[in-house]
Design a binder for this molecule. Structure first.
Ligand SMILES: [Zn+2]
Ligand SMILES: [Zn+2]
Length: 334
């Protein structure tokens, strides 16, 4: 088999995926540093390509997104047999790309076991429950948790309030060992877990001290979030029992939205990242803007993310109650 070069930096036309020293070095870079942004990845790629072909040295500025995409595709073609993949996600507000080497077979929490104790992992699940159940009601899709609440959650709840994930999976069984043995973690451990999650790029902390999922968290937890917080479509076509969908993808880029905009119509599932909505509605004049699905007027003033916690929600006919709605009564009594 002839040796071909990476599609995009040689003039040769691309054929079957190549996997050469450049790809090996590229993968090695992800083994030693599991997350990159475009800014941190470009110099690495420039160095790899320059080393491979010293007669054509590359600078950081020569590395385009298609070059990176090509390297990723060819590397993934090789490593996907081992259930690994390099995936990328955009930071939801600024749009910068984050790249991470992800184990697609084992669940993220098994991987987190190398950094955290079982009680700490149970705490991380409580944080996710707070983001995606407690703070994610029909009227307010905050999808973030305030620092104060995050610290309260260090205390393990009574058995019957354990993670929905566990109760769903084991609906017909006794609570599992792990579940019933979950213990509170100390304030010191709680601070360290939060700090580690931020440092490792799973969580981000906003200036107003809300924790939300950072790009790596979104990448690695994408499947977990949908499996845990979205109900599967009903098997019989009983239209009255619409499944509860708490995690939705952007109408533009198809990636999960935890910070962005929602359709003003509470019954409509349309969500956008602000950037993606601006791209879509950008060319349209003020009152010509309509939701592409339900055709409601698009005002761009219904938020997803911590902004939804600050903006007075509109009048609505909220039906389904979430666990947190006892605390949110005032929203319904406008
Ligand atoms: Zn988007
Ligand atoms: Zn709509």
């Amino acid at each position: 088999m002839s040796r071909r070069q990476v599609n995009g930096y040689r003039d040769d036309s691309p054929e079957a995926p190549v996997y050469d020293d450049a790809h090996r070095a590229f993968l090695q870079a992800f083994f030693s540093n599991s997350v990159f942004t475009s800014d941190t990845l470009k110099p690495v790629v420039a160095a790899i390509l320059s080393a491979q072909d010293p007669e054509r040295p590359r600078l950081e500025g020569d590395i385009t997104e298609p070059i990176i995409t090509s390297l990723i595709q060819n590397t993934n073609a090789k490593i996907s047999h081992f259930d690994f993949e390099i995936l990328s996600a955009r930071e939801q507000m600024k749009g910068d790309r984050t790249y991470a080497l992800v184990n697609t077979a084992s669940d993220t929490f098994t991987q987190l076991a190398t950094s955290f104790t079982p009680d700490e992992i149970a705490y991380i699940k409580r944080l996710l429950d707070a983001m995606f159940e407690e703070n994610n009601s029909r009227t307010r899709e905050i999808m973030a948790v305030k620092q104060m609440r995050a610290k309260q959650l260090a205390k393990a709840p009574p058995r019957n309030r354990q993670s929905q994930a566990a109760t769903q999976v084991d609906a017909n069984e006794e609570p599992t060992q792990v579940e019933s043995n979950v213990k509170s973690i100390s304030h010191g451990d709680c601070d360290r877990v939060l700090q580690t999650l931020v440092t490792q790029g799973f969580f981000q902390e906003s200036p107003s001290h809300y924790y939300s999922l950072a790009p790596r968290g979104l990448l690695e937890l994408r499947n977990y979030l949908k499996e845990t917080y979205n109900e599967p479509p009903a098997e019989d076509d009983d239209e009255e029992n619409e499944p509860t969908i708490r995690i939705r993808d952007c109408e533009g880029c198809q990636e999960i939205v935890t910070i962005g905009l929602r359709c003003d119509n509470r019954d409509c599932g349309v969500r956008w990242h602000t950037r993606c909505a601006n791209q879509f509605f950008g060319g349209r004049q003020g009152n010509g803007k309509r939701c592409p699905k339900c055709k409601a007027d698009w005002t761009g003033s219904s938020y997803v993310g911590e902004k939804a916690d600050r903006v007075q929600p509109r009048r609505s006919t909220a039906g389904r109650a979430s666990r947190a709605q006892e605390d949110e009564e005032e929203d319904e009594n406008e």
